[in-house]
Write a protein of this length. Structure first.
Length: 297
């Protein structure tokens, strides 16, 4: 392990898995995949899930990762309700067998990584069963340093016999567009820098205008670009700001766009930049052995 790293087990979900009548599953497409493509893969996953013996029905949330609790366009989450305990008498309808079959079926989906995972043993404590491990960068270096050592840690963890599966929610190389405002051009054009950022905010997200009263209630007014106009970054040129002479200046003349890669989100634990790692115990091993294996790495 590189100097400056510290691992910590988060106090969530150390107890053995129990059949609570439901189980979770998720799919993850390649970074920056569209929401439409994710929805197509999710429908394929639903067809596979509902055919697994012991499954009653499933609820799908597209564009959300349960493990990282982050909204993105390339993840989907499934809440799978099982048949009543009294109706699941066959061996293939037992909890462990259902989880194994779900992982097998979802793992065969083309174009995505599919997996199932148990709910926390104590509802409300953590988001899944197994162990959650936090790898902290206490050296305060960059994201590339954390990504490199997270990969090293996971490769070493996969060799441990105590661990059945090891994964991370840390995604350091998601394709992104970086829009940069050229402040020199803004000043030369006589445009207020605040107007540029407010207009960009309205284009990329939304901007607050004011309040008004009606029906005995207070309402908020926001302005934002229609979704069709935000699908292409080049449409930023259709938005204008006025300079000190009252003349309209297109935003495309004041900004530049380039392709970059970076994390979808960053996590901090006790102020340190961190990576979350999820692990489950191999058959025959206890949660205490899983914890010792992770901490020993």
């Amino acid at each position: 392990m590189a100097t400056g790293f510290f691992g910590k087990i988060v106090p969530a979900g150390f107890l053995p898995d129990e059949d609570q009548g439901y189980v979770f599953a998720g799919i993850q497409l390649p970074d920056a995949s569209s929401l439409q493509r994710t929805a197509e893969i999710a429908r394929q996953a639903e067809d596979l899930i509902i055919k697994v013996p012991g499954v009653k029905y499933t609820t799908t949330v597209i564009g959300y990762s349960m493990l990282s609790q982050v909204s993105n366009t390339y993840s989907a989450f499934f809440f799978i309700t099982l048949e009543d305990w009294a109706e699941r008498k066959k061996p293939e309808e037992q909890y462990a067998a259902i989880k194994a079959e779900l992982t097998k079926q979802l793992g065969g989906i083309s174009g995505a990584i599919g997996f199932s995972f148990p709910p926390p043993a104590i509802p409300g404590v953590g988001v899944s069963g197994g162990a959650t491990f936090i790898l902290q960068d206490r050296a305060g270096k960059d994201l590339a340093f954390l990504a490199e050592n997270t990969n090293k840690f996971i490769e070493a963890a996969k060799k441990r016999p105590e661990l059945a599966s090891v994964s991370t929610t840390f995604r350091p190389t998601v394709p992104q567009l970086f829009l940069e405002v050229d402040q020199d051009k803004v000043l030369k054009q006589g445009v207020a820098l605040s107007d540029v950022y407010k207009t960009l905010q309205s284009f990329l997200g939304s901007g607050f205008i004011n309040y008004f009263n009606r029906f005995g209630r207070q309402w908020q007014v926001y302005v934002q670009a229609e979704g069709d106009y935000r699908t292409n970054i080049e449409n930023v040129g259709q938005f204008y700001v006025r300079n000190n002479k009252g003349e309209p200046v297109p935003l495309s003349a004041l900004t530049s766009v380039r392709n970059v890669s970076g994390p979808e989100f960053t996590m901090r634990y006790n102020l340190y930049r961190s990576a979350q790692i999820n692990a489950s115990a191999a058959p025959g091993f206890s949660s205490a052995q899983v914890m010792r294996a992770l901490e020993g790495l």
